[in-house]
Design a protein around this ligand. Structure first.
Ligand code: NAP
Length: 358
């Protein structure tokens, strides 16, 4: 017998304002369509994309914002299979790809893929998992065939190992046998070694590339996943790739300075849209991008969601440390500014919806 939930007609949501700030507004609750579920959000996690979509005019005033969320399924759309009312799940929403957003009380999301949150993981911890873990898994999948095991003695450089995607990339690469070399500020080195990084170097040091190449042996690293992908980081980091290796690099943002790329390196944009089961044509700073629907990528998304659930339950992956920001949804504006100011280091900012005052 399934539980019935009382769904209110309106709820609180963080909405973009004309002056590029956000404010909490009362808006109608939307009910799920075919293949979708309604989630009562418990905790939402913040990503850099959340301030970028506002500042770069990707999402207009009046739209919601927020990408990572954890909550309880309270309504099922037509034809939904494989998930049930009352289940605790995590999900990712992408501005422009999805109608709704994470910083709100009730959200409609596609029923596939969702991550079931195991009982040993709190909502606050889980809210930092979906987009980082999905991006890491999909990035390694497209780069080197994850979750296949690594060939003997091969290495990957994770530039920005204390950033969200880098954090999970270190762990998933270690799980499948890669030698992992990461970069981060010195205060995060021991932390990254504790989750499996074999070597960690300070990206600000002038001899960081020499140290990476020496640690990798064999003349350099085999692969690069650039978890920062800003201010020329992939130009610098790809110089650590060994000359006779695969010379492949995964970057997190659209590449706008093609002319500066090393032509001997195969750069690939890491974007999780295909594993979310949706076609996605869009334009970013004049660059037209198209991600077609792909059944096999959606199947990867479903498979990896189950694996993430298992790995969280048995401790094989450690969630990124988190920081609960004060004020619930009312605290989002300050949290976005905090991130824009570059003050986030090795932590996920999360908001407990129950902390919001009406
Ligand atoms: N979160 C996602 O799932 C996701 C998905 C796709 C794309 N992206 C994009 O990927 C980028 C990172 O996102 P995120 O969520 O991972 O950010 P984040 O966790 O907020 O990033 C903060 C971290 O970045 C590190 N960092 C900053 N500059 C660095 C540099 N030059 N070299 C190495 N590390 C550096 C800092 O390391 P230290 O404190 O150790 O210095 C800090 O721990 C953003 O551009 C975002 O839009 C993110």
């Amino acid at each position: 017998m399934s539980t019935q939930y009382t769904i209110p007609e309106t709820h609180l949501a963080v909405i973009i304002q004309p002056n590029k700030t956000v404010a909490v507004e009362r808006v109608p609750v939307v009910h799920p369509g075919p293949g979708e579920v309604l989630i009562k959000v418990s905790t939402a996690g913040q990503n850099p994309a959340d301030w970028k979509v506002i500042q770069f005019d990707v999402s207009p005033p009046g739209k919601g914002v927020g990408s990572d969320l954890v909550g309880t399924i309270v309504e099922l759309g037509a034809g939904v299979e494989g998930v049930a009312l009352g289940e605790r799940v995590g999900a990712v929403l992408v501005a422009r790809l999805h109608e709704s957003s994470a910083f709100r009380e009730y959200v409609v999301v596609p029923s596939k893929p969702l991550i079931r949150i195991p009982d040993n993981i709190s909502d606050e911890v889980a809210a930092g998992v979906p987009s980082g873990a999905y991006s890491a898994a999909y990035g390694l999948h497209t780069l080197l065939g994850f979750p296949l095991n690594a060939p003997f003695n091969r290495s990957i450089l994770v530039w920005g190992g204390s950033a969200s995607v880098g954090w999970y990339t270190i762990q998933l690469a270690k799980l499948t046998g890669w030698k992992v070399i990461a970069t981060a500020s010195p205060h995060n080195h021991e932390l990254l070694k504790s989750i499996g990084a074999d070597y960690v170097f300070d990206y600000r040091e002038s001899d960081v590339l020499e140290k990476i190449v020496l640690a990798a042996g064999q003349g350099g690293v085999d692969y690069l996943l650039d978890g920062v992908s800003a201010d020329g980081s992939y130009h610098l980091a790809s110089r650590a790739l060994r000359k006779d290796g695969p010379r492949k690099a995964s970057v997190l943002l659209p590449i706008l300075d093609h002319e500066k790329l090393d032509p001997t390196v195969e750069y690939r944009r890491l974007a999780i849209f295909p594993m979310l089961g949706k076609e996605f044509p869009y334009e970013f700073m004049g660059l037209k991008v198209y991600h077609p629907y792909s059944e096999s990528d959606l199947l990867f998304g479903l498979d990896i969601s189950k694996r993430i659930e298992e790995w969280l339950r048995d401790g094989r992956i450690t969630p990124l440390p988190h920081t609960v920001r004060p004020g619930g949804l009312n605290g989002v504006q300050a949290g976005l500014q905090h991130m824009m100011d570059g003050k986030v280091s090795a932590t996920k900012l999360v908001y407990k919806i129950a902390d919001t005052s009406a």
